[in-house]
Design a protein. Structure first.
Length: 185
């Protein structure tokens, strides 16, 4: 598993910084020009993951989320998602279309937007690289169309924030999770 932190240009003094920690201690940095877009940073991350034969790559745009998320938690969720044949695991998102509960931790989804924390399985690396060449397509749309095997983690991993905690999506997920518990055999 490779973890990449991609920061926006406003956060990085007009540069996009991609941090690649090969282990919990060492961190490599690749600095990209401000004019280069996040898709190019993602392309570099995918190419690095292919070169190192990483089964999963994790992309996050919020350093605080990464530092507060334990490796053990992340690995256990990725293993469970892999058992369900998940190709893209959404760990945090703003908008989701069509939630289908799978178990107490996951929902199958059709489409998502606004994810600042997600994981991608190696089986979709090439498909995503191919779609990244389409400059007109939004990143969330690319990730939504490359596979139907997308899971949303419940509860999502975010920085604790009252505004985020009370979003309609979180309320909807909580209601569906409660209903699922009621119908367990």
């Amino acid at each position: 598993m490779k973890i990449f932190l991609i920061g926006g240009a406003d956060e990085m003094n007009d540069q996009i910084c991609v941090k690649i920690p090969p282990s919990p201690i060492e961190i490599e940095s690749v600095i990209l020009d401000a004019q280069q877009i996040v898709k190019q940073a993602l392309k570099a991350c995918i190419e690095e993951s292919i070169a190192t034969q990483s089964e999963y790559m994790v992309i996050c745009s919020n350093k605080e989320i990464i530092t507060r998320t334990s490796d053990a938690l992340l690995k256990s969720r990725l293993e469970r998602a892999s058992d369900l044949n998940c190709k893209i695991l959404i760990l945090s998102a703003q908008r989701i279309a069509n939630l289908f509960p799978v178990n107490d931790q996951f929902f199958w989804i059709d489409f998502f937007e606004g994810s600042d924390f997600f994981a991608m399985h190696e089986s979709v690396y090439e498909d995503v690289l191919h779609e990244l060449c389409n400059a007109k397509t939004a990143l969330s749309e690319i990730l939504s169309i490359v596979t139907s095997n997308k899971l949303l983690l419940y509860p999502m991993i975010t920085v604790k924030n009252e505004r985020i905690e009370k979003t309609e999506l979180r309320k909807r997920m909580a209601r569906m999770a409660k209903k699922r518990k009621l119908f367990k055999y």
